[in-house]
Design a protein around this ligand. Structure first.
Ligand code: UDP
Length: 321
């Protein structure tokens, strides 16, 4: 049993990580400023400390409770916004993460699992993308994630803080038991937008680009179920505590699904037509992004359980019914 501080534990991915940790018998404390995280996502079995990673005193106070590991998921994650308002990302993502590393060093907390992103790679030069692929982010959000990985590496060298950076591909789905109910507000990602269109929150949705060099002309992504992501965090903590050296790991399924295929799958699951219009390409979108997660399989013994896109979409649709 480990005592784990989950920073950002009231958010979409964080709440799934908290559930997975509790199910594996760990003790969990959630630290969250509830800016995008929601109280409805909290579990009775986990402690909750409200606070902001930019409030150094408050963060230090909670960190001084003593933890075996930290999971850090507190970040801004809208790619477009990061290009228009880089200061917000410098502050929340970079300064916030530095505060976490500094308070960990001060309080002798030795392990961290960090939510990184496929955005660190930029435009893929080959597929599937493995961890040896060059890292050349093409947006400021991806740059912040990469810089934090580098800070963690220095804190490993200088302060003996071991880390696992998990580079998520496209996180989708919800807890299959329905234990996590907080829908993200103003979603920017494909599947929540499909859901909003299906339920009439939006009159129609746009498919960004239909002239890509792919099997149906729309972009292909690697959609990984959030509960499979969550499992990887638990395994990473357990391995770090057992002495595994720091590592950077991709998390994806290795399977690609196109935007059109996502919409068709959602139509099958929901049983209605989704109102779609074909629009221009979105700047910065690669045609295809697929992960090689062999390293996570090898080092963590991790295996995604969800392989069928209809099953994954069903877990999101369950929230609407
Ligand atoms: N996409 C789309 N319409 C939308 C939102 C997204 O066609 O309203 C496409 C987007 O261009 C990309 C894929 O869906 O090819 C996944 O986008 P998302 O923003 O969910 O994740 P990203 O791959 O950018 O991290």
């Amino acid at each position: 049993m480990a005592r784990v501080l989950v920073i950002g534990g009231a958010g979409y991915i964080g709440s799934h990580v908290v559930k997975a940790l509790l199910q594996s018998g760990h003790r969990v404390c959630v630290f969250d400023n509830l800016s995008t995280g929601q109280k409805i996502n909290l579990f009775d079995m986990a402690d909750f400390e409200e606070g902001d990673i930019l409030d150094y005193t408050r963060l230090s106070e909670v960190m001084s409770q003593g933890f075996d590991a930290v999971v850090h998921l507190a970040a801004k994650k809208a790619v477009g916004e990061s290009m228009e308002n880089p200061n917000k990302y410098s502050l929340n993502n970079i300064q916030g993460s530095l505060n976490i590393l500094m308070t960990m060093a001060d309080n002798n907390v030795k392990n961290i699992v960090f939510s990184s992103s496929a955005a660190v790679y930029g435009m893929p030069e080959y597929l599937p993308v493995d961890e040896k692929h060059p890292v050349k982010p093409i947006n400021y959000y991806g740059f912040t994630k990469l810089e934090i990985e580098k800070f963690m590496d220095w804190y490993d060298t200088l302060k003996g803080i071991k880390y696992v950076a998990l580079r998520y591909f496209n996180a989708v789905g919800y807890d299959a038991d329905g234990d996590i109910k907080g829908k993200e507000k103003n979603p920017q990602n494909l599947l929540p937008i499909i859901m909003e269109t299906a339920t009439g929150v939006r009159a129609e949705m746009s498919v960004f680009g239909s002239d890509y060099d792919t099997r149906d002309g729309t972009c292909i992504r690697d959609y990984i179920h959030v509960s499979d992501l969550a499992t990887a965090h638990v395994l990473a903590i357990e391995k770090l505590i057992a002495g595994m050296p720091s590592a950077v790991l991709n998390l994806g399924t290795g399977e690609g699904t196109s935007v059109k295929e996502m919409i068709e799958a959602a139509e099958r699951v929901i049983g209605t037509k989704i109102n779609v219009k074909y629009a221009d390409r979105r700047p910065g979108d690669p045609a295809v992004l697929i992960a090689s997660s062999d390293k996570a399989r090898e080092l963590l013994g991790w295996e995604p359980k969800y392989t069928n896109i209809d099953d994954i979409i069903q877990t999101t649709w369950n929230l609407e019914r």
